[in-house]
Design a protein around this ligand. Structure first.
Ligand code: NAD
Length: 257
């Protein structure tokens, strides 16, 4: 006999625990909210205490204030997570001949070493439960170079490699690892760049988008953080269990050229 009063199925990430680095702003915030919306309990990690706290409040999760450049701070983060979203990042723009070495090194620490340390820390839990999802927020700059972004391009290419190794090692344990690789996304960081470039070049913000930032993108629009989060969520969902070791460009066709 069938009943119409059967309880609805729980959301697909019900019972899963996620950690999102750089979750206090932009793409990380959108990922934290999307994962929470799908039922996960979310740890929001950021060096910005206010951002982390506010997003953890929105997501019904927990905030952790940590500077990912500091290995001791990384070692204080939860290890028992099922879903790891390596998202925190920063940019520095300068020609190679003038690039400050300490800035280069910091970018590698936050965007390569911290993801490595977090994988090392969380994979044993995922392996023990025979299920895990790792999504690394890379960039079109994990696949293509631009001048003046040596540290960022080097770090994102390294993250793409690290993600593939995690895919190969994780596969026998039910763990997938993938990258999402966006072009320009409408975050506070990019909106600031648009204003700055408009002032520098004496052109309108709309011209900055089409002629400068999106010059190599056939689709002339910024992505929204929620569009990146939707791809991240899909990579954590039931339809993508066989998708591993990939880089999913969300780049308006940039890498097709
Ligand atoms: P954002 O500046 O809005 O957010 C980045 C977050 O990371 C911030 O909350 C910041 O406090 C945190 N963070 C930075 N350094 C940290 C550290 N040492 N320890 C802890 N937290 C730290 O930027 P976003 O645009 O949302 O970028 C998120 C990710 O997406 C980055 O990895 C970035 O490279 C990538 N990405 C962004 C774009 C874009 O156009 N915005 C495009 C492609 C890839």
């Amino acid at each position: 006999m069938t009943s119409n009063s059967a309880a609805p199925a729980p959301p697909f990430l019900h019972g899963r625990v996620a950690m999102v680095t750089g979750g206090g702003s932009g793409i990380g915030r959108a990922c934290a909210l999307a994962l929470a919306g799908a039922g996960a309990t979310v740890h929001v990690v950021d060096r910005d205490a206010e951002g982390a706290k506010s997003v953890a409040g929105e997501a019904g999760g927990r905030s952790h204030v940590a500077d990912l450049a500091d290995p001791d701070a990384v070692a204080s983060l939860p290890a028992d997570v099922d879903i790891l979203i390596n998202n925190a990042g920063l940019q520095h723009i300068a020609p190679l001949t003038e690039f400050p070495p300490e800035r280069f090194e910091l970018i590698q620490r936050v965007m390569v070493t911290a993801p490595f340390l977090l994988l090392r820390r969380t994979l044993p839990h995922m392996y023990a439960h025979r299920w895990g999802r790792v999504v690394n927020v890379s960039s079109v700059h994990g696949l293509r170079a631009s001048p003046y972004k040596s540290a960022y391009v080097a770090a994102k290419h390294a993250l793409e490699g690290l993600s593939k190794v995690a895919a190969l090692e994780g596969a026998p344990h039910g763990v997938t690892s993938n990258c999402v690789s966006p072009g320009y996304v409408r975050t506070p960081l990019v909106e600031g760049q648009v204003r700055d470039q408009a002032d520098v070049h004496g052109i309108t913000p709309a011209q900055v988008l089409t002629d400068v930032l999106l010059a190599r993108s056939p689709v002339k629009r910024l992505l929204e953080p929620e569009e990146v989060a939707a791809a991240v969520l899909w990579l954590c969902g039931p339809q993508s269990a066989s998708v591993t070791g990939i880089s999913l460009p969300l780049d308006g066709g940039w890498t097709a050229g």
